[in-house]
Design a binder for this molecule. Structure first.
Ligand SMILES: [Zn+2]
Length: 319
């Protein structure tokens, strides 16, 4: 007689637990010093010229006879007063030789501040890079992995529904310490690569005129992208724990086969939908990526929510 065991799911919380810790680290070790460096460059706006203040703050800029950026009524009025004319494309035109001395110095000052701000970001990126490479991150990932493992153990007991005595500490063979090290290394690598990328983008922006508003946008977009990479990695790390646990549970119970089970919703990828309900052997998994021909068990590919339904046979139960 064959019994189908209940599912052991990769619950969303697992990823969230890892992600939360990783984001906490990111905020403290990477974003806070970066923000502080940007904050240093925040420019006081107690200037009596709106145009000069906007130039310095980077909301407007001047190059080759053209003022570009965001003009409010005060700035527009002042620019007209200086003799600038509004062009059809929304910029103000004022030839170089018509610039007043205060405007000239504001432009020069803005350009100086901008170079300084760009340099500041690159310097702090280097410092963070150094710290990330040197230090143990110490985000306590081992504890989170243990927490996931104990939840998986509860899931396993429910899946077995007391049909079989579950070996004590089924999840323990997955070394949370080893995985913590791996996660640490991955996080370092992702962050270091991202910081190199940021330095390049900042340097490019400086070469491109060094507009401070663009610098801010670059840093903001970069932060979003890094957060999303960390989220992907958290998902991946959680999947490793879950799939290893399922495999270990099957091994302990002497189960060699499982039925492929998808979430049966519209998000399931086509090639996994075709596997739904079919029986496979752990050691001879099906192709799970049509493009690469990669073979694997449920949960082995990125963002795969499929899970194996373990088949317990009478003989195995007696064993
Ligand atoms: Zn899947």
């Amino acid at each position: 007689m064959k019994t189908l065991l209940g599912p052991i799911l990769h619950r969303d919380e697992y990823t969230r637990w890892i992600e939360r810790e990783a984001n906490g680290w990111l905020d403290e070790a990477v974003f806070a010093p970066l923000d502080a460096a940007m904050e240093d460059e925040r420019l006081n706006e107690n200037d009596n010229s709106f145009v000069a203040a906007a130039l310095i703050a980077g909301t407007i800029w001047y190059a080759a006879g053209v003022f570009g950026g965001e003009f409010d009524s005060k700035i527009s009025r002042e620019l007209r007063m200086f003799g600038a004319t509004l062009a059809a494309d929304g910029t103000f035109r004022l030839p170089d030789w018509k610039l007043t001395i205060p405007l000239r110095s504001a432009i020069a000052y803005a350009s100086h501040r901008s170079r300084y701000a760009h340099g500041g970001v690159v310097t702090i990126a280097d410092t963070i890079l150094d710290n990330v490479k040197k230090a143990v991150l110490g985000i306590g990932a081992a504890l989170i992995f243990l927490r996931i493992l104990s939840d998986l153990e509860i899931q396993s007991r429910l899946a077995l529904d007391h049909r079989t005595e579950l070996p004590v500490a089924i999840g323990k063979p997955v070394s949370s310490a080893a995985q913590e090290r791996e996660f640490d290394d991955r996080l370092k690598k992702i962050t270091a690569d991202a910081l190199e990328d940021l330095k390049k983008k900042v340097a490019d922006n400086l070469a491109d005129g060094g507009r401070p508003d663009k610098l801010k946008a670059i840093v903001a977009a970069w932060k979003t992208k890094l957060r999303s990479r960390i989220a992907t990695e958290a998902e991946h790390q959680a999947a490793i724990v879950v799939t290893a646990h399922r495999r270990e549970l099957a091994r302990r119970l002497g189960i060699s086969e499982y039925i492929w089970q998808t979430m049966e919703d519209s998000k399931v990828r086509k090639c996994h939908r075709l596997l739904n309900g079919k029986t496979f052997n752990w050691d001879n998994p099906p192709v799970i990526d049509d493009r690469t021909g990669f073979r694997g068990n449920p949960g082995d590919s990125a963002n795969c929510r499929c899970h194996p339904r373990l088949i317990l046979t009478e003989a195995e139960r007696a064993a």
